[in-house]
Write a protein that binds this ligand. Structure first.
Ligand code: F6P
Length: 543
């Protein structure tokens, strides 16, 4: 028997009424005018992360109804079930225990297993990082999806903390154009390949692993045991591939939640054992906040509730991620898998089709680059797209001590520009610009012949476009760990409200099976039984 689904609650009906009465036409600017304390009352402190929720289309009444919804849907009890290891991934009969990976020794479930692998992995990490002895200069992570996106996101984010003598590469695509440019830059004697795959069966990863092995042997590489290692739950398959150094994890770690496990090996190689432990500790601090903070002050809870408010009542179809930190350039891609693979579902836990929308599209780019690309649409397009800004108060340029003072001063000025840009975009989205104000302004680049009244309409911004701003003091292993865990739990909250299984991914299976059928047909030319489009395209694509 399922816990109540969001739409089966009294709070849902109350929210629908509240939306019609106050939500549809809610104006954030008017809310600030009515309530000067809005910033103070809608700021939430969580470990390492401050969130300003005040530029959202919500007020105390909205939050009251949303918190009622969380209560009726028993979100706290469901959270507790996840944290204690109940098999909440019902379609695979598995527990969901990525939080156990960052619990202190002796504290979480499976602690001996978790810390046994962690200790072994981090001792291996330190031996490889001793480059004078190991001779390793390049590390190539071969994996895809959850076995790629987490490390690929975290490594550049923590570049300030990285080993200066090691270069990390990430190969994921079965397209050889991914691995070839990497291999061209490598010397087998200085290279360590990590074959990262939870299942050790994924087509793309296995193909690239074979390509790497073939290149290694053809380029004079001799010691596979030293130059290849694996991170997997399928230790036997790694051994069959010829890999003897393997770091395992368990079926209760979902692929997209696995960067805290052995899948984090490239991260640990880049930033070292102590920093990897700090990443885990930051995530654990967020876990503790999620587990204990009252709902009204619980940041993952509040963000998940606002996500549902926007998706199901306002009907917003996407969320734009705008991290104002170049190191977070892969965060949107990472969050796409985290949120869309978790919550892109159309039936509830009982298999009943859902009468409401689930996962939004998550997309974005770091600021300020996005401003010069698609922010036009955010400001003046016909769709309202909530934006999530991530602003980091202090830069990390000085860490490492290798930059001279005048450059550091220039970079400080650039950091101020970065922050001012982020603040300005959130302000502009909310504030907008009236037609009257646009008409009163000078517009030096505008046409001199166009009717000024028409021009003013083009230069009008509707405003009232919502955003959330997350503030970090500095991007460190600890704060990044907390930030990622915040997103994981927020996805849990919206998924639990929707009554879906956020921890399976059956939607990826059909394409895989059809690919297995088409692959031999590409060679043989057999189109029997195929639809006309696939058959026609296949004929064009055959060698
Ligand atoms: O394509 C879906 C998926 O199963 C993801 O969920 C997973 O992260 C990815 O493939 C890679 O899987 P593996 O780690 O088993 O190679």
């Amino acid at each position: 028997m399922m816990d109540p689904r969001c739409d089966q609650t009294e709070a849902w009906a109350a929210l629908a009424g509240h939306f019609e009465a106050h939500g549809r036409d809610f104006d954030i600017r008017e809310a600030f005018a009515r309530d000067p304390g809005r910033f103070a009352s809608m700021g939430v402190e969580a470990p390492e992360v401050f969130a300003d929720l005040s530029k959202n289309r919500i007020d105390t009444a909205t939050m009251h109804f949303l918190l009622d919804l969380a209560k009726e849907c028993r979100i706290e009890a469901r959270r507790d079930a996840m944290l204690r290891g109940d098999p909440i991934n019902t379609t695979e009969g598995r527990a969901v225990l990525h939080t156990a990976l960052r619990a202190a020794r002796g504290k979480g479930p499976f602690s001996d297993d978790v810390h046994g692998v962690l200790d072994a992995m981090l001792s291996y990490v330190e031996s490889v990082r001793d480059t004078a002895v190991s001779g390793i200069r390049h590390i190539v992570n071969i994996g895809i999806g959850g076995s790629d996106l987490g490390p690929q996101m975290v490594v550049p984010a923590l570049d300030a903390f990285a080993h200066p003598g090691l270069t990390l590469h990430f190969v994921s695509n079965v397209d050889g154009h991914d691995i070839v440019p990497v291999l061209r830059r490598l010397d087998p004697a200085q290279t360590l390949f990590i074959i990262a795959s939870k299942t050790f069966t994924t087509q793309e990863t296995m193909a690239n692993a074979h390509a790497a092995k073939a290149w290694f042997e053809a380029s004079g590489g001799t010691d596979i045991a030293k130059h290849f290692c694996a991170t997997t739950t399928n230790v036997a398959a790694a051994a069959a591939f010829g890999i003897t150094t393997t770091f395992g994890f368990w079926d209760w770690v979902g692929g997209r939640y696995s960067l805290w496990s052995a899948i984090g090996l490239p991260i640990a190689l880049a930033i070292g054992a102590d920093n990897f432990r700090a990443l885990l500790a930051g995530a654990h601090a967020m876990d503790a906040h999620f587990a204990t903070a009252p709902a009204a002050k619980n940041l993952p809870m509040l963000l998940g509730l606002i996500d549902v408010w926007y998706r199901n009542f306002h009907g917003f179809t996407s969320r734009c991620m705008a991290p104002y930190h170049q190191g977070l350039k892969r965060l949107p891609a990472y969050l796409q898998q985290l949120e869309m693979e978790s919550n892109g579902k159309r039936v509830d836990l009982d298999g009943a089709p859902l009468p409401f929308a689930t996962s939004p599209v998550v997309w974005g780019e770091p600021g300020t680059n996005g401003q010069h690309a698609y922010f036009q649409m955010l400001h003046q397009g016909t769709d309202v797209i909530p934006v999530e800004f991530i602003l980091v108060r202090r830069a990390t340029h000085a860490i490492g001590g290798d930059l001279h003072a005048p450059l550091l001063e220039q970079l400080e000025r650039q950091h101020a520009m970065l922050l001012a840009n982020g603040l300005a975009q959130a302000q502009a989205l909310m504030q907008g610009k009236s037609t009257a104000d646009a008409a009163a302004e000078k517009a030096p680049t505008a046409s001199k012949t166009l009717d000024p009244a028409v021009l003013a309409k083009h230069r009008t911004f509707p405003g009232n476009r919502p955003s959330t701003t997350l503030v970090l003091d500095q991007l460190t292993p600890r704060s990044l760990g907390a930030l990622i865990a915040l997103y994981e739990h927020r996805v849990f909250v919206s998924g639990a409200l929707w009554g879906i299984n956020s921890f399976d991914q059956w939607g990826v299976e059909l394409g895989k099976a059809l690919c297995n059928d088409l692959l031999p047909r590409l060679a043989s030319g057999d189109t029997a039984g195929l639809d006309a489009s696939t058959a026609g395209l296949m004929q064009r694509l055959r060698p």
